[in-house]
Design a protein around this ligand. Sequence first.
Ligand code: TLP
Length: 347
Amino acid sequence: MIDLRSDTVTTPTEGMRKAMANAVVGDDVFSEDPTVNELQEYVAELFGKESALFVPSGCMGNQISLAVHAKTGDEVIVEGESHIFHYETTAPSIIARVQVRCVNSASGEMNPSDVEAAIRPGAYYFPRTSVVCVENTHNRHGGTVVSLDNIKALREVCSKHSLAFHCDGARIWNASAKTGIAVNEYAQYFDTLSVCLSKALGAPVGSLIVCKKEHTEVARRWRKILGGGMRQAGVLAAAGLYAIKEHFPLLPQDHENAEAFATTLYESEIVQVDNYPVQTNIVVFKPNAPNVDITEFIAGCQTEGLRISPGREGGWLRAVFHHQVSKQDGLKAAEVIITQAKKYRLS
Ligand code: TLP
């Protein structure tokens, strides 16, 4: 079975399992797990920030970051297709207790003037805008990279209006691998970044919130409130350290495999590819035929040995590349999709 549902489906390699088995551990609720501490220090340095906090998931990383910056009843600006808006089970309204306001864009880069226009005036009956969030790379837009120029321009808007600036950097690694821009160059513009180890990098679990020390201390309290204080988490941190050191350099291969897959689909003219040419490891596509039942299409692919997932509304599908699928797997996957799409053209 070729599994392209997500880059979250990877399993730990032999090397990673060894690193996990050999991890020196302690109780991280007392900040005494040496491997968690090593991971946090390593990631903080990599991103050029004062500190980093290990949290169980990307959702928790985003939600804690919002809670650090916003007060109850505030409004937070996110991109219209963002993960925070679509896939975090309305957590902003439950945890930070804020309202989310969407600014739409074609490929994940919000226009700074649209963001500025979405900031509420000061009158007491408006919500108070307090945070702007960027997602890099952008999942639902097909793994697109948000450019440094866009980030800089949004930072200026945030600074002008005294807003906090957060990055959902679940796949910031892919942005960096694609552009050659170091993660600390991206990070310098944000107050907080949530970065994942369990997506492109192939660790089994874990994310980090990277920020200033004073924000980490507030984040640590929120992590405890949410039940995210882990004990001998060093076994997981060891997987994370291994993933950054050993798997980060593999990302260009995933991007190449995604590109070969997307190009085969695109050239078939039977399948539309969103934001072609694809930039990183996510391909969003749809069969170029009317009345395609997406559930049936996905089931048809599965019968042929391929797993994919639904994408955005409007009949889009998604394939995500990771280090446990090869270029051949990708090309075979494209063939399966084209064959399925042809069936709809004929019917
Ligand atoms: N994304 C998952 C699904 O939730 C859609 C995936 O398969 O891509 N930010 C971004 C940009 C993400 O893509 C994800 C996971 C998260 C945050 C949340 O991470 P976790 O699953 O660790 O909470």
